[in-house]
Write a protein that binds this ligand. Sequence first.
Ligand code: ADP
Length: 778
Amino acid sequence: MKKTSSFLYDIIFVGGMLLFFFVIGLLIWGELTLPDERNYTDFYLKDYSEGWEIVKADGSRIPAVIPGQFSMDGSGKLILEKKIGNIERTNLYVTFNSARQDIVAYIDDKKVYSFTTKDTRLFGESSPGTLMFVPVNESDSGKHLRIIMEGQNNYSGVVDGMQIGTQMGIVKHFLAKEKWTLGMTAFILYLGFIAFVIGASIKLAYGKTSPLFFSGWCASVAGLWALAESDVRQFIAPNFSLLSYMTYLSLIMLPFAMAFYFDAVQDGRYRPLYMIAAVLDWFCAFIAIILQFTNHTDLSNVLFFAYIGFILTMVIFTVTLVCDFIKQNVKLFWPELVGNIGVLIAGLVQFLTYKSRPITVDRTAILIGIIFLLLMSYLNALINIRNLERDMFAAVQAQESSSAFLTRMSHEMRTPINAILGMNKMILRESKEDNILDYARDVNGAGNYLLGIVNEVLDLAKVNAGQIEIDNEEYVLMDMVREAYAMVRPRATASRLAFEVDMSDVLPSILKGDKERIIQVVTNLLTNAVKYTPEGRIKLSVQGKIHEGKLLLIISVSDTGIGIEEQNIPVLFNSYRRVSDFKNKRIEGTGLGLTITKQLVDLMGGEISVESVYGKGTTFTVMIPQEICSIEPCGTFSMGPNGDRRVADRHEVFDIIGKILIVDDVAINLRVFTMLLSNTDITVDTAISGVEALEKIKRIKYDMIFIDHLMPGMDGIELKTLIAAIPDNPNRTTPLIMQTANAVVGAKEEYERLGFTDYIEKPIKEEELKKLIRKYIK
Ligand code: ADP
């Protein structure tokens, strides 16, 4: 079905395309070959170059061969005269290009026409070159037509043709002459504008400067030049003086845009050279425009500067291109290079076909070259975007797989470390020999340190993979502070540091948020404070302010320690960075703690900041918004009636009696589990497989059953289903707890969906386990 529909889709698509090309083809073929149907007006036009004479200042006459270039007489005028032959129709016009001069025409002694833009142009010394329309009628037959051209400029004296016709005939003739160049110019302006837009979008989306933006710029400038050069500019722009000046202004702008274009093509490798060229170009353009606006010179006279800028930019490009060839960088931008070679060839063809001093430049070759360059520039951008996308995709994949790898490895490592620590705890509990106890304490210290690092790596991998879920549950603020305090207090005491707590007593007593993550953040900061403070004190301050209906919890941890050098502060929260400072060389650490801390704070919608005076001390401040559940004041901070011990021992007071079953396929896990509850009144029964577990469950009533999720043979979920199917099951109401090594986002939903009562994260932590037992065995 899928195949058929995609085949059908292809057929319909091809049908649609064929129709489109047929219609366009029909239009082009028909307009070029079918007869002219326009009968409503007169397109009459005839050559009128024969029979002209030049009238010199002394009155003498010489024949003028048109087209031609003639010298001006002493008073700066060129006078052409011709006897008008037999005119058979009314409303005819003699037309020619004004060669940037002012024009006056007489028939016999009657002035019939004059042209100057002296009063209408914005600036410049001469009127622009444009088509003249000198009216002649039947009654003028046999009279003399005298045309006076006045004004000095670089085209003075050039007459490239004389024609006679109706106004419509003249317009049609010139439009037809210019149709290809006009069409190409419009296409270039269109492509250039789109290139501009795409180049800007690439910058916004990928932060990369694309040569397409600058080729779009160059092409727009070139398009403007081509438009301004056009013979028919007076039919396009009402104030064609201004448009005509664009020929010069665009050429003055071009080297500037080109410098930026080449710089982008070569990825900024030779930027200083191009910037020098660009500054010079800009300076020339600036001077030229100032001189022009103040009518001190004509723009055509400052083209020289544009040529210098153009040559300079091209020389830099050529020289640096050789460097790029040697360094094999050319493959990075080959389409642009091919495009440029195309323009160069087009420019050469243009140059070779240049006839001596024509009034308008034939622009066909160069326009084709520019279109080619633009298309190659589009191709280059396409290749670059594809490469960027591929790199980004690869980077995301690498990041994902490295996060997945780290997560798996740290999970795998935590299980044996916990087993080692668990077994070691038994040695500490049961051994009576002092030297064995000493060894066991060392194993305990090193093991805990190792577990800390593995946990940090796991946390970071989870944060990077977006797998950390922030809980939003009610908690007692005072408990949170006490727990954090109690966890760091022994280290502070061991380092002989005073540990102050300054907690506002009016803060709301019950908040909603992720208590455990806040404790993790605060203990990270407090542990650092202890680590990096050789003597003096550390201080935990807990304050708050109401912000947008929530409590902005402001927790600062300050110390009188070694401090952080100012230049190191910006990199503190970067992954894997340890500040290199001889003072902390001997202090253990991975440089991960602050990275995780910052990421957790970010996840909780908070902010972290640091202030430090090197050699004096450091203050880290975190601000985390928390929902308020009870506005009752939390009261003065204290560690409760039993001081530190109450919190520290909170988990030790465990007087629950019950019987539980642990199902796990790894024997050491069963032993650790058993050991964790060895000095309690909980009787622990174990099963190494689902089959063994089923046997026991059928016979014995348990208060709780802990089932490993992943087991060979029958896994935890199958086991659960089979338990539910046991007839007369003594454990029908027993809470089933899933042991999961994958407590990432969604674990909670997952165990609920599968019908387990609760879950516990592996490796099992003593406190977590006892908390859970307390929850289900009353
Ligand atoms: P670790 O402590 O494991 O090296 P952290 O990410 O916790 O990694 O800290 C990064 C660096 O920040 C530390 O190496 C240390 O140089 C500096 N640092 C952190 N906290 C303090 C502090 N309270 N006083 C001085 N330096 C600190």
